[in-house]
Design a protein around this ligand. Sequence first.
Ligand SMILES: Cc1cc2nc3c(=O)[nH]c(=O)nc-3n(C[C@H](O)[C@H](O)[C@H](O)COP(=O)(O)OP(=O)(O)OC[C@H]3O[C@@H](n4cnc5c(N)ncnc54)[C@H](O)[C@@H]3O)c2cc1C
Length: 386
Amino acid sequence: MTLAHQPYDDIRQAIRALCQDFPPQYWRAVDAEQRYPDEFVTALTAAGWMAALIPQEYEGAGLGLAEASVILEEINRNGGNSGACHGQLYNMGTLLRHGSEEQKRRYLPPIARGELRLQSMAVTEPTTGTDTTKTATIAERRGDRYVVNGQKVWLSRAHHSDLLVLLARTTPIDQVARKTDGMSLFLVDIKSALRNGLTLRPIRNMVNHETSEAFFTDLEIPAEHLIGEEGRGFRYILDGLNAERTLIAAECIGDGRWFIDKATAYAKERVVFGRPIGQNQGVQFPIAECHIEIEAADLMRWKACTLFDNHEPCGAEANMAKYLAAKASWEAANVCLQTHGGFGFAAEFDVERKFRETRLYQVAPISTNLILSYVAEHVLGLPRSF
Ligand SMILES: Cc1cc2nc3c(=O)[nH]c(=O)nc-3n(C[C@H](O)[C@H](O)[C@H](O)COP(=O)(O)OP(=O)(O)OC[C@H]3O[C@@H](n4cnc5c(N)ncnc54)[C@H](O)[C@@H]3O)c2cc1C
């Protein structure tokens, strides 16, 4: 498949050129060492790509979600893993949409210049999981500060970020009219917090994805680090999720295309029983099916991007794009591994690494069941299950 037929060819070529400095050996090594791909993220930031969604008035590139999605798609399409840095693209959206002008002027230009990283968002908790309104982390106002106590889990990239966006309850759930009220968002300076009540404990996991448990013990946050209005944090978070889901869909599409290319090439070259394995329809058809499904998911991704960039509601499309793309990339991963037979398990083929990486997107940043629940209840109007 050629890149020339894909939209935004200029961005694709530029990312592709940058990715050539980070060949499969690089990603294999950082995976084996469970190391953060700092060199790659630094190069991407220096080239300005991490500031894609920051408006030009704050020194960013002022591009749309469509362009940003192409950046992440191409990183994954070229064998890399955007999971190391995608948060930098969309986490600043919360600040951009809901932060005060002073916060935006203070933080967005250094983020755009690559001097500050805002890569982390702390929402998930170990006890309440997907049931975010039951958030047990409390931020209590005391004078000009908030004092935070509680615990978060799966806090990604915190060791490679200067700032994080924290969701905490500021009014107990039994004192609010709606369970989605009474939660607030804060911008936390990670390094200062680590000296002042925040403890991070890394979680070793299936992929090379830096993520931690976070414990907050009387962490003091200056009141001016509240983002937007107190009590409206849940709404602000939801607002940013459409961008996140659409971008993750694009990553999955990049993964899917990588798997299909890899499987196709191998099926043409591997000769068993005196002919290329790809001559057998039993090998061809699953690859063809994956290609069809990735292309279909891509259509929904563009629909979500167009609506988002036109400031139109896109919750259904963003969720459906993420669902279709994550499912299609996972199926492509499985087919690619099967096509490679035993060699699919050998690290030097990169298939097993990408197989693990793309599996994550069935669970995070939102699990497949929760998307189905959103579509069933918010799009189709079926009775609420929770
Ligand atoms: C590598 C990694 C990185 C992550 N990074 C971050 C991050 O940076 N910040 C952050 O806040 N979170 C992060 N997460 C957390 C991630 O968003 C959650 O794991 C995910 O949303 C699922 O929540 P949970 O693990 O609590 O599952 P649970 O809520 O415990 O659910 C477990 C399973 O039950 C299903 N389930 C639960 N309730 C229902 C229901 N009512 N109907 C049907 N099915 C249901 C779920 O779909 C899921 O499959 C990360 C997770 C991972 C693994």
